[in-house]
Design a protein around this ligand. Sequence first.
Ligand code: LLP
Length: 412
Amino acid sequence: MSAFHDRNGQAYCEDLALSTIAKEVGTPCYVYSKRSILNQCSSILSAFSTYPVLACYAVKANGNISILKEIFRSGFGADIVSQGEMERSMRAGVDPKKIVYSGVGKRADEITAALRTGILAFNVESAAELEMIATLAADRGMVAPVSLRVNPNIDARTNPKITTGLFSTKFGLAEAEAKALAERVRQLPSLRLVGVGCHIGSQIVDVAPLAEAAMRMSQFAVGLRELGHELEFIDLGGGVGIRYKEEAPPSMESYAAAVLGAVKPTGLKLLIEPGRLVVGNAGILLCSVLLTKRTPEKNFLIVDGAMNDLIRPTMYDSYHAIHAVKTAAGPLEKYDVVGPICETGDYFGKDRELPACVPGDLIYLASSGAYAASMASNYNSRPRAPEVLVDGSEYRVIRRRESLQDLWELEL
Ligand code: LLP
């Protein structure tokens, strides 16, 4: 049974009624299922159990420390893109030897902090970055582990804003340049080449491009080995999609089979960096109806959550299912579900069928565990919503609601 389900005409998370959380914590509010997160972690690891794999959770998907703790306790490492994500992960107890540091624009102070932490690898995306890491490591008498992120020019067939494996994007190195940088690493005593990798995009629901990327990276790794470069791992990034509406993402088993078929012959350790897959369907955004507004054109349901809490619908045109918490309610109405923010783009869904709502009714946005709270802002001076972790029939507030004071606390 899904963690979010109906029971006697009421929506539940695990064994707790969402209405209880709304009453006690208020809305808007993110609600996560601990069971669902742990299930995802173990099914990812068991799909790859026939081969040495390190799964590094992409912290950007949801970086709440309580959530990170659960994920790291399951055996995951971390894929980070900033010092902030690194420090969060360390506070949540990650093993630094399981951290990979990705991103096209690492700052000198961030690189230095990661060197001090002793991470597994820097995923390097340019010649300039490689030189910078070499100099910073040499200055400290250290040897930095680097992995070369290749841009394989593979179309992941996903939203253009989150496709990253094409030459038109800012990411990665063309294979020829990566090969030249591997040679350069040999000349720099403060660097050690430990891996090669790629990340071709996010919310990928077709296994073919993922399999193709695995094949290309394996061939590339073998080519480097023939040139005398010793490698430890191949990193295939994240990107496996989840079901928001009618998508049919690959099962964990078919993803693992496709990837392992290519990687196994190399004998190299496999790294993956799943984010959305771990937490996406383990969370929702719970909102209250403020009012309904009928115009000659439209029927609007105005709720207390807004684009600052969940920007995905307006930013990527993405679909999140919207459900009433009281599921046994009467006739259906068609609504545009919108927030209070002063932008036409502030919507969660258009022409959605929901039971006729009155002020105070509760609705929730499904599949809001990934890239929801982590992308939230204070736009329109809205305090950010709290986060709640449900475990069975209990819950814990794992991030308190911001106060009005919090909004201007940092302003001098
Ligand atoms: N590794 C790297 C290097 C990445 O850039 C990303 C995501 C991941 C792993 C994790 O990808 P995932 O498994 O979650 O697909 N805000 C967008 C998604 C942006 C993804 C950015 N990079 C959204 O809401 O759809």
